[in-house]
Write a protein that binds this ligand. Structure first.
Ligand SMILES: [Zn+2]
Length: 136
């Protein structure tokens, strides 16, 4: 991940929730996000404020959007999740379990570790779910 940024698990989940639903073409609203994260709106607002301070997100007239930095962070995060998931599943761990366990630390790795891990497993093009992994 981007080294200067330290995120909590909830902040990580929030970034994913904001961006992962490709059926939504327009920015997500607080009510949708709070439903998706199964957290009360005031709790979500606190998370959003912290993400805004970290420069990852912006709020405009009720809409919540990731900044360019937030998008970079999101892309690194999903790639990291998918590479770790590949390693777990290749080791014989059940996919659902792998996905859940990897989610608890996929946001803590730095870029260098991620790059080494991906080379170690032969730079896979997709995760065990079949979702694409991209390289710069
Ligand atoms: Zn997963």
């Amino acid at each position: 991940m981007l080294k200067q940024l330290t995120l909590t698990k909830r902040e990580r989940d929030c970034i994913l929730a904001i961006n992962e639903d490709s059926s939504i073409d327009f920015p997500i609203r607080l009510s949708q996000l709070s439903k998706k994260m199964k957290l009360k709106p005031p709790t979500v607002i606190e998370i959003l404020k912290r993400l805004e301070l970290k420069g990852l997100l912006k709020r405009e007239s009720g809409m919540i959007k990731l900044t360019d930095l937030g998008m970079t962070f999101y892309n690194n995060l999903v790639n990291c999740h998918r590479i770790l998931e590949t390693i777990f599943v290749d080791s014989g761990i059940d996919l659902d379990k792998a996905c859940k366990e990897v989610s608890s630390f996929d946001f803590m790795l730095d870029d260098e570790s991620l790059s080494k891990l991906s080379s170690f497993v032969g730079r896979p093009k997709a995760c065990p779910h079949g979702k694409p992994i991209t390289y710069r």
